[in-house]
Design a protein around this ligand. Sequence first.
Ligand code: CP
Ligand code: NVA
Length: 312
Amino acid sequence: MSTMLKGRSLLTWLDYTVPEISALLDLAKQVKAERKSGAVFQRFAGKTLAMLFEKRSTRTRCAFETSFGEEGGYPVFLSTADIQLGSKESLEDTARVLGRMFSAIQFRGFKQETVETLAKYSGIPVYNGLTDEFHPTQALADVMTLEENCGLAQGKSLCYVGDGRNNVARSLMVISAKLGLHFTVICPPELKPDSVIWERCAPLAAASGAKIAVTDDIAAVAGADALYTDVWASMGEEDKQAERRRLLFPYQVNQALMDKTGRKDSIFLHCLPAVKGEEVTAEVIDGPQSRAWDQAENRKHTIKAIMLATLL
Ligand code: CP
Ligand code: NVA
């Protein structure tokens, strides 16, 4: 494992094969078991991680910072208030300098192009901790949580209900298409995933057997193993909040929608942070079918696994 992925960046799951994603999931399970056993390791001793944030974060920052630091690594948090990131100094030059001082870079921000440029010019592994286009580390934790509850992702069914254009929906579509997980986006026509991501995923789904669908009909949740939602307006889209409320209110995940799966064992997933009363009711996210808190914990185990695999 360590030699297979050593030196690799994670920008989107489009760049990873199915055996590579499966190996990362196995490693994340191992890391979780180690943590539960109380075992202590220092596998990142002598290594450094630059953590670049243009947008806010609770889970992603804490998962990277704690999992790297508790294994003896030295994480450095750098917000846009602290660092030149394309202003005053070119992004390429910042990447070159970070590449001389750090073992790896985590980037959260707006443009996917930024994380790609950092990877190209730094020469060290770069992890995409969320851009407007993708949120790959989230999707790995999501699959891990689904598998903990439902068994192997292949052949299971996941319905994403909400803004089908956003980073979380797009990353779920990619990882589902790769792993053979049936994936349905349920959203109003105005918020359908773009045709580019659809065209990238279609051949992957054909190869894995995943059925990928987009519909505006909430009845499509019938039989689903898991329902997933995310905020109606993502970071950077605050001005669209009123329009999204209007478009997405019929797509709120409430108990009536959970019941439409027709299965008592369907689980509810949310990447968090959640706006209770908008995309999901408190009854659902705080209720017995919710696995959102396990999912948040799994961010840490999956992120540690990605760093172990690419750095050691
Ligand atoms: N799910 C997620 O990425 O959470 P944060 O925005 O708090 O990092
Ligand atoms: N789609 C959300 C995800 C937050 C983790 C956003 O980009 O704000």
